[in-house]
Design a protein around this ligand. Structure first.
Ligand code: PMP
Length: 412
């Protein structure tokens, strides 16, 4: 590049710099995205990405079924649709939620482009700049990005091995309100939190909902992993215990993420605003995807497929836990998830996960540094390790490489 050509990647040379909206100031390149280019090299065992493993889906039969769908219903399936989502899809979503003991009316469901867009819509209708969102400490990096994009103030609330601590929620809300802040909602992932893998037990859920009621605090429950319980039975969703909870669901992990179909279940008044926001955002969520997913739910053994997914993820989780116990130094600790995709590792004192990443990648293993999951710079001694995508053998090998990097660092 010659010196006369400005680099638009260099923000100092960005000719549009005075024109961007204030909200872009809080947008940062996600650490996960920056990592993907290296982590995707075949020699690297990536324990970084959260991609579901869908290689065992019956692709041949799905192809035949979608072919028939195009032949018989293509004109409708490739047309614009309803902003709220197709009625038949919303009915199916009600059936899927019944698996987690949620009873709902399909009229209160809004179909979205993945639960990521559900997060965007909920934030869009509730958050003014400076409003507070409470999140777990740590919480899903994609949700933090959305809250930041709407200039929310993110406050993290302490978790223990049973998830969010209800007394800490109460204390945070009381203190923030006393300081004149508007606390708009609590965002929580009760099943296999991304990034820790922690699940809230039933009693904790009851306590949390009681505190939310007492404080008149809106709860947003994000539950993409609930049906991927790999030990024990799935626990009832918060929404099944309290109809005031706003619930976010997704087909990304129980079927496939490429269709980009998720949903929000919300109290009626909220649902109306969500639909208006949804129409302004995308007119209608992908119609073809809704036909395809409905076809899958009608004609395939989707419950059996979820059981197969559970078995596959359990074997991967076991490989990771075995590898960690074989290879980690004694001073490292980690969570033991009973579902979902993630283990949260705490490094021995004095080590920094971000500083260690370049070494890890040169040893051909990748992870996500813990500070990506905090809005306030915490998490430097943590890393998120995903067991969803590589084979059990590769996962085991990845933990061996990571163990070596950490041990070498401790000896330096
Ligand atoms: N919430 C959580 C907790 C997630 O982990 C993810 C995906 N990694 C999403 C929401 C978004 O998923 P999708 O948009 O594919 O439904």
């Amino acid at each position: 590049m010659s010196s006369l050509e400005p680099s638009h990647r260099d923000t100092r040379m960005d000719p549009y710099i005075d024109q961007y909206a204030d909200r872009t100031g809080s947008m940062t390149v996600s650490a996960v995205r920056a990592l993907f280019s290296v982590a995707n090299r075949p020699e690297v065992v990536s324990l970084a990405g959260g991609m579901p493993n869908i290689t065992d889906l019956p692709l041949g039969r799905l192809g035949d079924s979608f072919d028939k769908l195009v032949q018989t219903k293509g004109v409708q399936a490739m047309q614009y649709g309803s902003g709220q989502g197709e009625p038949f899809m919303r009915e199916k979503v009600v059936d899927v939620m019944a698996e987690e003991q949620i009873r709902a009316n399909s009229d209160d469901v809004v179909i979205t482009c993945g639960s990521q867009q559900a997060l965007d819509l909920v934030t869009r209708i509730f958050i003014n700049p400076g409003d507070v969102v409470l999140c777990e400490a740590p919480s899903y990096v994609g949700a933090l990005g959305t809250f930041n994009a709407y200039q929310a103030e993110i406050h993290h609330v302490a978790m223990d091995e049973h998830g969010l601590v209800p007394s800490a929620v109460k204390e945070a809300v009381t203190t923030l309100r006393a300081a004149g802040k508007r606390v708009k909602f609590l965002y929580t992932i009760p099943n296999f939190n991304n990034p820790t893998g922690i699940q809230q037990p039933l009693e904790r859920r009851r306590e949390l909902l009681a505190v939310a009621h007492e404080l008149d605090l809106l709860v947003v429950e994000d539950n993409p992993y609930g049906l991927l319980t790999i030990e024990g039975e799935p626990l009832p969703a918060l929404r099944s215990m309290d109809p005031d909870v706003i619930y976010l669901g997704s087909f990304s992990k129980t079927f496939a993420p490429g269709f980009r179909i998720g949903w929000v279940l919300a109290p009626h008044a909220v649902r109306e605003r969500l639909v208006i926001a949804q129409e302004a955002a995308v007119l209608s969520p992908p119609v073809f995807s809704q036909f395809a997913i409905t076809d899958y739910l009608d004609n395939f053994d989707w419950r059996g497929q979820i059981v197969a997914f559970r078995d596959m993820y359990r074997a991967r989780r076991d490989a990771m836990l075995q590898g960690l116990s074989d290879h980690m130094p004694a001073a490292a600790t980690w969570t033991r998830p009973t579902g979902g995709f993630f283990v949260w590792l705490t490094l021995p004192e004095g080590l920094d996960s971000q500083a260690l990443l370049a070494r890890a990648v040169s040893e051909r293993v990748a992870y996500v540094p813990g500070n990506a999951f905090y809005a306030d710079g915490f998490g430097s001694r943590n890393m998120r390790l995903s067991y969803c995508f590589p084979t059990p053998e590769r996962i085991y090998e990845g933990t061996r490489r990571l163990g070596k990097v950490i041990r070498d660092e401790l000896e330096m």
